[in-house]
Design a protein around this ligand. Structure first.
Ligand code: HEM
Ligand SMILES: *[C@@H]1O[C@H](CO)[C@@H](O)[C@H](O)[C@H]1NC(C)=O
Ligand SMILES: *[C@@H]1O[C@H](CO)[C@@H](O)[C@H](O)[C@H]1NC(C)=O
Ligand SMILES: *[C@@H]1O[C@H](CO)[C@@H](O)[C@H](O)[C@H]1NC(C)=O
Length: 413
């Protein structure tokens, strides 16, 4: 009797276990609860998974290790997004994942309050950086949040230039991206049990928006460099040449000096724009910036100094007198400080290339160009110097004669 009763209870038990198995299978299939974007242009895969009943976010990113960094962000602009910057660690095999925030189109700042777990499978291998990580309590932050119910959650990504960083420091300085874009992610699809698993690289539950730029170059930085080179290696030597023969072409020197100053200001403006983009340069405290600003200030002083000098000479001439003795000293200072300014500009150009992390080859090229300019100009300067010395001596002879005649007259008195 007891056995008769037990038997019908056995069947539902069996049915339940089948059902559980089915649910488990179902969950296994649902481990495809991942939304993935594959970006052809940068060969980058971004997968997002949201565990249910949690505030965590799982993410998986695979990208060529050529980039200084690959970053993703939750939000539609750099400003106010939760940005996760990923780069190879100091040993070039592990990865560093750095949560950051910014309030505009400037270098995001590391935020230690965001907690991350970088899973063991994250690594740099065979030219790819693979990141498998969990961001804890990352569904909302001070300036934004993730909407788990949204099928079009806005996200951003960016890739840094091909300069290796290899750092364990989550606050390491990063360069401006050479590519970035915006995309939407289906968070409903991304939600489910099973974790991130091994996502495939096919785009599902995500869509790249068409307004991305995948190979931008830093126009302001380029303009800063190119305008500066024109100023320091073309206009400055010409101006210096003209100024060397000052007595002959004072007006031309006034023109070329004005041009020189305008070009230097033209290089300074994009320099200031670029400075504001990076944490390390935002306070204008690096050697290149300090020396550059001081040199420009010195140049500005010399510009007005030159105007004052010209006015003094002109008025002396108008009164039919020789320029006053003190103008000689003023002229000497103007001349030598002018040369110093030029030298400082050339040196600071090299320091700037270092700050910009240009290759040694690039730096050497600049050195050869600057050195070549000196070798090319020295004989020309020498000729001008000889010529003006000759002229000066002649003038002095003339004035001696004049003096002598005057003395004779004096004697006569
Ligand atoms: C040094 C670091 C960075 C600098 C200086 C920087 C600067 C800029 C600038 C100036 C723009 C305007 C468009 C342009 O002229 O290219 C921009 C746009 C953008 N950046 Fe960045 N960025 C940096 C890092 C990042 C990172 C780590 C991300 C990560 C997701 C990112 C994502 C974007 C996106 C998606 C846009 C287009 C949407 C927007 O204007 O916010 N950037 N960035
Ligand atoms: C990416 O490339 C694949 C194969 O080359 C192509 O089928 C797909 O349409 C491309 N996707 C985009 C968004 O360009
Ligand atoms: C990512 O890490 C999780 C947790 O350790 C693991 O279960 C999963 O298999 C990993 N996926 C990949 C592709 O490494
Ligand atoms: C995507 O994954 C498949 C299978 O792992 C692989 O054969 C293919 O090369 C991958 N495509 C890209 C563009 O990485």
């Amino acid at each position: 009797m007891a056995s008769v009763e037990r038997s019908p209870r056995g069947r539902p038990a069996l049915t339940w276990s089948w059902l559980l198995l089915c649910v488990a299978l179902q969950l296994q299939l649902a481990s495809a609860a991942v939304s993935t974007l594959f970006i052809n242009d940068t060969n980058t895969q971004i997968s997002i998974h949201l565990p249910p009943d949690s505030d965590d976010v799982n993410f998986y990113v695979s990208s060529p290790d050529w980039y200084q960094y690959t970053a993703i962000g939750f939000g539609s602009t750099m400003a106010n997004s939760l940005i996760l910057v990923m780069y190879s660690a100091a040993d070039t095999r592990r990865v560093t994942v750095s949560p950051r925030f910014t309030t505009g189109n400037t270098e995001p700042v590391f935020s230690p309050s965001v907690k991350l777990t970088v899973h063991d499978t994250s690594a740099v291998r065979s030219f790819d950086m693979v990141v498998n990580a969990t961001c804890h309590g990352c569904r909302s932050w001070a300036t934004g949040s993730i909407d788990a119910k949204s099928t079009t959650q806005p996200m951003i990504f960016a890739n840094g230039p091909g300069i290796s960083l290899n750092s364990d420091d989550p606050a390491a300085g990063i360069r401006r991206h050479i590519g970035y874009g915006r995309f939407n992610v289906d968070m409903v699809r991304a939600t489910g049990a099973g974790g991130i698993g091994t996502p495939s690289n096919a785009t599902v539950g995500a869509a790249l928006l068409a307004d991305g730029i995948y190979h931008v170059n830093d126009k302001a930085a380029t303009a800063h460099g190119v305008i500066f080179v024109i100023a320091a290696l073309i206009i400055a030597p010409f101006d210096s040449l003209v100024a060397g023969a000052l007595s002959r072409w004072p007006t031309l020197h006034a023109f070329s000096a004005t041009f020189y100053l305008l070009f230097v200001i033209g290089a300074l403006v994009p320099g200031i724009i670029v400075s504001r983009e990076h944490i390390a340069t935002q306070h204008f405290g690096t050697g290149h910036q300090v020396l550059g600003l001081l040199t420009v200030a010195l140049m500005g002083v010399m510009f007005f100094w030159g105007i004052a000098l010209a006015v003094i000479r002109k008025s002396a001439k108008n009164r039919g007198q020789d320029p006053p003795e003190k103008s000689r000293v003023l002229s000497l200072v103007h001349r030598w400080v002018g040369r110093l300014v030029w030298l400082l500009f050339i040196i600071n150009g090299g320091i700037g290339l270092k700050l910009a992390e240009r290759s040694h080859l690039f730096l050497m090229g600049y050195g050869v160009l600057a050195g070549g300019m000196v070798v090319f100009l020295l004989p020309i300067y020498f000729c001008v110097w000889r010529y003006s010395k000759h002229k000066r001596e002649k003038q002095e002879e003339d004035s001696h004669e004049l003096h002598n005649t005057q003395s004779i007259y004096n004697h006569d008195y």
